[in-house]
Design a protein around this ligand. Sequence first.
Ligand code: UDP
Length: 320
Amino acid sequence: MRALITGGAGFIGSHLAEYLLDKGFEVSVIDNLSTGRKRNIAHLFSNDNFEFFQTTIMNEPVIEDLISRSDVVYHLAAAVGVKLIIDKPVETIETNIRGTENVLKFANKAHKKVLIASTSEVYGKQPHDKLKETDNRQYGPTTAHRWSYASSKAIDEFLALAYYKQYRLPVIIARFFNTVGPRQVGTYGMVLPTFVQQALKNEPITIYGDGKQSRSFTYVGDSIRAITKLMETDAAIGEVFNIGNDKEITIEELAQRVKKLADSSSEIVYIPYDEAYESGFEDMQRRRPNNSKIRKMIGYEPTKMIDEIILSIIDYYNNL
Ligand code: UDP
């Protein structure tokens, strides 16, 4: 079996590549190294079952050839990270929509099973707890750029489901909730690697807003187990799944846990959203998954909780 991973040099993609190689798959990775890094996959190059192509998913001849040679496709390539989305709004929309269009078009031509990586951002600013796959979406105006990310990923979901409906293309949609673990970088705004690096350098830990907003952090290994199991499950085809951990923590508590576990003398500081992102930035107060659907489908339960996750990231940065 050959798996193609778009965005396979990224944080999640590189863990997926490693996992599939361990399971005996042949793995092709395509990545333009915009946010992915060669360092994430450097240890895989010596494996005969691994191949890497440094190019964009807009490169139609390459993506067509790679899909036709693969049995399954994990489409993870995307513009991600709130900071990147605000700094490069055009690339965000184009990469996320056109890239997915290409992958689906060629997957359909060769009739290959595709998992589309989506995001919990798709729910938008839903105020209620335990988000369900069938919940309504609620976004701000088009003048607030952060919503372009959620909208672009929602279009990806619509398109994938349309291919399933119209052509019976086997697709599965995975909505990732704040996935964290070793290899994730803070460059594009992600909170946990940012806090860990700040704590290890004894620099101020920067909480945006009042820190009362909460998130549900999911260990990357748990997410990988979930999506690979879904890919083996026929009943998952044509369906959307939350990929998350339903334990939640406020950002303020997260800063305190990181400081303690890193044995750091960092000061904890509060930065207004306008300063951290852009004027008028709207944050999500809470974002927690309802895991009933995936639990019922594949018996999924997250295994790693926040302290263990933080320690794994501290360990990663200490050993770089
Ligand atoms: N955040 C923070 N300090 C940072 C980076 C992020 O307080 O240095 C906050 C951010 O405003 C959000 C939460 O941490 O409330 C999670 O941010 P991240 O970008 O990791 O993911 P999001 O859930 O926003 O996609």
